[in-house]
Design a protein around this ligand. Structure first.
Ligand SMILES: Nc1ncnc2c1ncn2[C@@H]1O[C@H](COP(=O)(O)OP(=O)(O)OP(=O)(O)O)[C@@H](O)[C@H]1O
Length: 258
């Protein structure tokens, strides 16, 4: 891990709803993210996590402030297809097999067929679905579908992996298993990961740093370095150090009037 790669500089976002009312979703948020870092944006519903992620992904323009990524704008990064995005629901095409779902971004980008085939094999292996390539999405569990979503996001070997509450619809057991597997995948891909969650233990388990956001307006309340050893396995969740971090972050929310 080295230099600052993503700079979030005084980013604010004010939405106007259908009634013409202004909603202050983000208020002057600044943040530096290092190359290869795993950070979580953590906060309760409505604190602006998705808004910030969408601004970084160039899916939304901030009303104020800017994002600089390796000296470039989010638009440059999006055009170069350097983002991989995983949403809460994997949004898979029912009529396409798992292999063909993973293939889609490569087809759009005109990756040659031979290269596509080898990358699909590689990504299926990476997410633990080697034997499921010929299945259709409806034949898979929710957790497996989300693994396909991750494989598809990784298909273009993105430098930046943006994940918006990818495991929040899953049961606790599946979520913990996927947390562990995600860390293993991240260890192999070396992407910079920005992970949105409202689950404190999940953010502690995964992250190098947890960015605590509080709502009305969405503000950066604290940045907590998670100094727990890696590789991390689920047993870590039972350690006193893990509990201490969870308690410390919970306290950040109690201290801020929401
Ligand atoms: N398109 C929009 N128009 C108006 N208001 C919006 C719009 N999108 C988001 N908001 C408001 O902005 C605030 C932040 O929303 P955002 O979705 O970024 O929060 P969040 O922390 O990701 O929430 P959640 O965890 O529920 O997804 C909320 O008050 C939300 O109602």
């Amino acid at each position: 891990m080295s230099e600052t790669q993503i700079q979030v500089k005084d980013v604010s976002m004010v939405y106007t709803n259908n009634a013409g009312e202004k909603i202050n979703a983000l208020d002057s948020v600044s943040l530096d993210i290092k190359e290869g870092e795993f950070i979580s944006l953590l906060g309760p519903s409505g604190c602006g996590k998705t808004t910030l992620l969408r601004i970084i992904a160039d899916l939304l323009q901030p009303t104020d402030g800017e994002i600089i990524i390796d000296g470039q704008s989010p638009r440059d990064i999006r055009i170069k297809q350097e983002y991989g995005i995983v949403f809460q629901q994997p949004v898979l095409y029912d009529w396409r097999t798992v292999r063909r779902n993973i293939c889609l971004p490569m087809e759009i980008m005109g990756v040659p067929k031979k290269e596509r085939t080898s990358r699909i094999d590689e990504k299926l292996d990476l997410v633990g679905l080697k034997d499921f390539g010929k299945k259709y999405p409806f034949e898979l569990s929710g957790g497996m579908q989300q693994r396909v979503g991750i494989a598809r996001a990784l298909a273009l070997n993105p430098k930046y992996l943006l994940m918006d509450e990818p495991f929040s619809a899953l049961d606790e057991f599946t979520r913990e298993k996927l947390n562990e597997d995600l860390l293993e995948i991240w260890g192999k891909t070396k992407s910079t990961v920005i992970f949105v969650t409202h689950n404190i233990p999940e953010s502690v388990f995964l992250s190098d740093r947890v960015i605590v956001l509080t709502p009305h307006p969405g503000k950066l309340a604290a940045v907590v370095d998670i100094d727990l050893p890696r590789p991390r396995r689920n047993e870590l969740r039972d350690s006193p150090e893990f509990f201490e971090y969870v308690a410390k972050i919970r306290k950040c929310f109690q201290e801020v009037k929401m």
